[in-house]
Design a protein around this ligand. Sequence first.
Ligand code: X8Z
Ligand code: ZN
Length: 584
Amino acid sequence: MSIRQQHADWEANTNINGDSQFLDALINQQAYARILELTAQSHRFDKLDLPKDLRRQFLLLQVGAPAAPSDPKLLAEQTNLAAELTGMYGKGKFCPTTPGAHCMGIDEISGRMAVSRDPAELTELWAGWHAVGAPMRAKYARFIELQNLGAKQLGYGDTGELWRAGYDMTPAEFDTELDRAWNQLEPLYRELHTYVRNRLIAKYGKAADRADGLIPAQLLGNMWAQEWGNIYDIVAPTDPKLSSYKPVELGSALQKQIGEHDQAAAVAFAPGVDLSSDAGHAAHLAAGKDMVRYGESFFVSLGLAPLPKTFWERSQFVHPRDREVVCHASAWDLDNIEDLRVKMCIEENDDYFTTVHHELGHNYYQRAYNQQPFLFRNGANDGFHEAIGDAIALSITPKYLKQLGLTTEEPPAEADIPLQLRTALDKVAFLPFALALDKWRWQVFSGQIKPGEMNKAWWAFRAKYQGIAPPVERTEADFDAGAKNHVPTNVPYARYFLARIYQFQFFKAMCDASGYTGPLNRCSFYGSKAAGAKLQKMLEAGQSKPWQATLKEMTGTDHLDAGPMLDYFAPLYNWLKQQNAAAK
Ligand code: X8Z
Ligand code: ZN
């Protein structure tokens, strides 16, 4: 992306208003028009025998072209719609009708869904938030239409095909690859689903027990039922031999440690403090920065350089008090060199601790490839970009948390099953969500799903892949996909499916490099310069070669491979099968 686009996008995301949206749409319109021109011109060289690097840069220019019509009026309409949909999501709120209740944004609602165990409240939160989608419906349908016009001009059947063309293989091959990986992992997911469903029925009774075997989506601790780790307490093993493991209460441990080490931040955790006061907000910000320091210190322990001073000055760490922002976490490199930033609304809890590592993975990647030619300044593919920080975060083991002083105990080897279960709730449960989202979107793009059946199809995919159902009746007046950030903001999602698998491949490679030989789920390569050197080498390559070559150098394998993930969870898989057989 060009530098001016990044600045305009940054402004529209961190200060949502009519003016920032107007300027963002305008700049994107100008940039797209220019890229489309250059892309069209580049085809003059298609038949020419070019040096390999140059040939690849032309290819990346062409598959990276925006799906946008070249007609200036239509292009303007599209970029305006894009800015508007992003703004609608960012400003989205649920205002409960209960007297005295205040309006809540998605981050506050998510915090409550993580801890509430009251099915009626969960349903209310779920339905309240999903209402943000409905007004997007018609706008989204038009947005799809316009993008498809652009994709066709570029020579693709539809925009989904263009999205799937960016993987150094044909779109059809890419489809097959995803299905192959899912086939490898689906048996594990099915056991997890059955086990969790049984435990939810034990906890909630009828509220969880649907005759069709689907799990009600509001009961899984997450608005989109995409990661289930927040309900670990409900599904934890009851066998006394296994209950020696209690997950670290990371939120309170972090608050305690930050409060003890940082006077400026301590105020944020004082009882009754008003975070909207000057002192409260300053402390909240200081605590947010401290959260990010944990992530940075992991990368530094591997031998990578600390983040630049400007990162700490220019990032948005917590929700500003005076304006609307898109809270959904993202990582930025505004000058494509060293102006790195994150945009987050950090709270001191488990989920954000992981997200901090995820985002910094993006920033470290961006900085590492900044010596490459412009068109190579990208992840080997987008799944790589999403997997770096997650591969690091897999090293957040109890042993690592003990090293940091965030827990005092390291659970014994018998606790492997509970540990793996806690991880699987986030990692394995996510796979069919990611797949369902883009399989749905690809069919919306291709026209297989008509505008009048978008919601019905959304739930058909969610039932088929995730095995979940909405808590209340849905109709075509609803647009539930719009309640998930990446749909209105138009970010492709297959990347996260890839990343969930690649991260175990990377993790294993870095564990091996660090000299670790024990069970994979207990490995932490914190402090390993050898693991860091390996990582840095992959990051520096950016998109300069086909990802298969980059992956091969890193892991010895040249394809998406569920093997390391399956190895990681093998003991859990057996245990789940036993539990489910016994429950029959
Ligand atoms: O969107 C994200 C990151 C930013 S790229 C916070 N993730 C996906 C999501 O939240 O849906 C990370 C995991 C999946
Ligand atoms: Zn990401």
